[in-house]
Design a protein around this ligand. Sequence first.
Ligand SMILES: Cc1ncc(COP(=O)(O)O)c(C=O)c1O
Length: 399
Amino acid sequence: MKAIRAEFPIFDAQGSPFHYLDNAATSQLCAPAAHALHAFETTARANVKRGVHKLADAATVAFDDARATMAAFVGAASPEEVIFTSGTTMSINMAARCLTPRLREGDEILLSELEHHSDIVPWQMAAQARGARVRAIPVTSDGRLDLEALPDLVGPRTRIVAVTHLSNVSGAVSDLSVIRAAAPEAIMLVDGAQRAAHGPIDVRAIGCDLYALSSHKMFGPTGAGMLWGRMDLLESLPPFLGGGEMIREVRIDGTRYADPPHRFEAGTPPIGAVLGMAAAARWLQSRDRRVLHDHEMRLTGRILDGLATLPGIRLVGPQGLQGRAGIVAFEVEDVHAHDVCQMLDGNGVALRGGHHCAQPLMRALGLVATARASLAPYNDDDDIDALIEGVGKVIERLR
Ligand SMILES: Cc1ncc(COP(=O)(O)O)c(C=O)c1O
């Protein structure tokens, strides 16, 4: 795993101590993604889809390659099912806006209490516009989806189901097959923002209709992401934004739209960031994902064991390693999460503190804020030692 660290320029740049455990907020950029971004912007920059010169042709070919790479990354049936966006938030807003006209008064959108705000607010806006109702799968006390509640929540008016693949707070992996089976008629969107860096994605095996992710959480640049959609669904949806490159023909009295994915990609896309995202996806695909997973689980186990030895810690999420990833949120009794994070920052340990854009989850679990450590393949035992030692010091000094 040491070799992996060398592929992330941030570690040389930051020196030490530098224990970056805030990967769920944003991960670090891998060298191949940095190279792709830099090379495009400095030596190969041109606009895509509209060029009649060599540089523009080359940019368009590279952009199309990136689409094929991202299609393979999520197990899509074809590259045309991949829509490039600026990130998960934009992807879910696009999905919600495009689906809004389908909703009727009294229809239901099923979310969960585990969701990030970006998989809640866009659906509330859609529901408000059409008189539909938002419902939510509750969570268990250990931060998993309470799937036993599903039969009471799914009914003939359930039109859309939108759930996270992996919680950015509790680290719990959702059992998507149970949700799919419970609502076979509904359009199902999966928020894969956290999953992308933590395990393989196969949208056809999941059986979902839409899947959203962000480049910056999977070792690519900021500013890019994607929405995958089943082609027959995409073909039936109206565009989200109007502008250049999403049309077939424009007249003053009306416009005929392009086919997917271009219908959903108005204007100049974040080309360099998309090429970087594809390079990051290739980097991830070239790793043995089993080895990455085992490394993550071993370090997660060390965090859970280490925190369990300290007094006054409340873990938010599954106690064991089953069905979870290396995202560990915790509360130090009587100490605000921001104080925990600030003290650890003094020792070079970067955590996230707050509600993690998941206020309904915090409310459901009776919390206001937590500290959160989240792992990536470049984390090592030193990072975990520094974390546990730092939390120990917080308890000694502040509790
Ligand atoms: C589960 C989840 N969904 C959505 C998002 C939003 O992602 P972005 O800010 O990249 O749009 C995040 C970001 O933390 C997240 O963790």
